[in-house]
Design a protein around this ligand. Sequence first.
Ligand code: ZN
Length: 132
Amino acid sequence: MSRIRGKDTRPEIAVRSVLHRLGLRFRKHGLFRNERLPGRPDVVMAARRTVVVVHGCFWHRHRGCSAAYTPKSNLPFWLAKFEGNVARDRRNAVVLRRLGWRVITVWECETSDHQKLARMLKKRLRVSQLSP
Ligand SMILES: [Zn+2]
């Protein structure tokens, strides 16, 4: 899942449907006032000045996650690839924060259980006052 742009992946769809059910309004494709935000965050909540970035555990190296294993063959290729992804993620988050955005990262492995995901997003978005 090397971020096929324009194509929604299962984790992205899960996050959006949970946010939708929480009654939160957002935009897709990293758009804010018709401009693309750095890294095109999957969800942009302009009213809350918050973006949600959904990362695949393998490609974006979810620390301590079993899905973030390192293939044994072509090791230099993978290490360079992973390093590039992680560096880009970090850079994008830094720029977004500098622009005044709160950046919430959701990992792919956190999206399979929708109830858990909803609890986590509510907590991180501080929307506990809303009904589920
Ligand atoms: Zn993970």
